[in-house]
Ligand binder design. Structure first.
Ligand SMILES: [Zn+2]
Length: 126
């Protein structure tokens, strides 16, 4: 079993989280603008699409974009929580079983709350 992370080892994960958070915040801003612009276009009657198929595509795109924003905001919440755990020194421990989360997993998913075993259990409850 790998030893748990020590606070002096948090640095690289802190940078990963900050990076990810900056990138997501940039994306969320841009995508929200785009979705809002489309809403305005939809209410502009001189700009009504000629074909019903176009309307369907527009709506689908918008729902898809808003769905992505939801996921990103969920991820941002997890990132903020992870940054909080770095702050109080509990980062790297599974929120479920309290065992250390594998470093490779933290590098791939620095905002994860669970070790791989618990994540699997939570995804596929028996
Ligand atoms: Zn666990």
């Amino acid at each position: 079993m790998s030893a748990s992370l020590k606070p002096e080892e948090f640095g690289p994960y802190h940078r990963l989280l900050k990076d990810l958070s900056d990138r997501l915040r940039g994306n969320v801003g841009r995508m929200t603008d785009e979705a809002l612009r489309r809403n305005q276009n939809d209410s502009n009657l001189s700009n009504v699409p000629l074909h019903m198929a176009d309307v369907g595509t527009e709506n689908y795109d918008q729902e898809f974009t808003l769905g992505l924003i939801e996921n990103e905001q969920e991820t941002l919440k997890l990132i903020d929580e992870a940054l909080g755990r770095i702050g109080d020194g509990t980062y790297g421990a599974c929120a479920e079983c309290e065992r250390p989360i594998a470093r490779a997993r933290l590098e791939a998913l620095p905002y994860t709350r669970y070790c791989i075993e618990c994540a699997r259990k939570l995804e596929n409850p028996e």
